[in-house]
Design a protein around this ligand. Sequence first.
Ligand code: AMP
Ligand code: MN
Ligand code: MN
Ligand code: MN
Length: 281
Amino acid sequence: MTAAVLNADLHCHSSLSDGTLEPEALAARAAANGVELWSLTDHDVLDGQRRARDAAAALGLRYVTGVEISVSFVGTTVHIVGLGFDVDNQALAAGLTATRGGRHERALGMAQGLAQVGIRDTFEGALRYAGNPDLIARTHFARHLVDRGICSDTHEVFRKYLVPGKPGYVPHQWASLGQAVRWIREAGGVGVIAHPARYKLTPNEEYALFSEFKAHGGLGVEVVTGSHTAAEAVRYADTAREFELLASRGSDFHSPEESRADLGSLPPLPAGLTPVWSMLA
Ligand code: AMP
Ligand code: MN
Ligand code: MN
Ligand code: MN
């Protein structure tokens, strides 16, 4: 499975976190789009893993276990994708339970912040969008506000209400970088820095992220993702070479209506990189 041109899609979300499709529908969509190696990487939760694996097996689609862990790093939120771990590992499960633990309180705080600018009753509204009440996310608030006609799309909701400095933003303490990388590694998986271009880090902070990630045993970085432009893919291909990291590729697909990149639709990895799937069974 080392071919660099393999149509691998190792990042997407189901309705068990903040996607809109069930794992079975995602598997069918991945197969229809020509994906050859697939992973479902829901935020902080493994509830969809068996369903995804079984649905993929029924379609003859190769599957690797996945998760996207929320991490607090120098005051910002960073996402670490884990791939190819043992889904029954107890320490990973306990770590994820702790990481998602504060989401309910945080969502209440978000609703309070929105109420202060006159947008009431958003907790109940957002919860209706959450397929998994344990995993209420900003995305669910965004869909609810679009549904109410307050904004025309979810990106506008984030920009106006849900990012730092805006009324619906509540700072939150997620896992530490070291914890997330260790949970993945000790469960036999590969840790990958998700969509690095998305973080608002200074060059020094970004250097620290990559160095510390490696020191903790992290092995990969997303180079081609639905969250990167072509120029950003080129830039992080360089970073992957500089830090000797494996390169990953994933659409970060959430929904047919909202996502920029569909499953399996991204360009291949730039030349001269070692794909993360060379490490995955
Ligand atoms: P949370 O884990 O609750 O903080 O929600 C984070 C999720 O919000 C991400 O995984 C994305 O799916 C979504 N998100 C973050 N920023 C934006 C944005 N600017 N536009 C649309 N969705 C976003
Ligand atoms: Mn998401
Ligand atoms: Mn992410
Ligand atoms: Mn994601």
